[in-house]
Ligand binder design. Structure first.
Ligand SMILES: [Zn+2]
Length: 63
């Protein structure tokens, strides 16, 4: 909360990584993507992605 000041990106960062990775996010915002994955604490049981925040995964499970 309040840790990023980039209005638009804010919303993107709240989306599921699982979905973002299928779109252009990975190529367009590699930096942001890395930031989301870098401190991975949760694993998505559905698609196997890793993210630092629960809300970025569709079926998050703590690592
Ligand atoms: Zn998923």
């Amino acid at each position: 909360m309040g840790d990023d000041n980039k209005g638009k990106k804010d919303k993107e960062l709240d989306k599921k990584l699982c979905k973002l990775a299928k779109g252009d996010f990975l190529t367009d915002s590699l930096k942001e993507y890395k930031a989301l994955v870098g401190k991975g604490k949760y694993l998505c049981r559905k698609c196997g992605r890793v993210a630092g925040r629960k809300k970025n995964l569709c079926k998050a499970e703590a690592l």
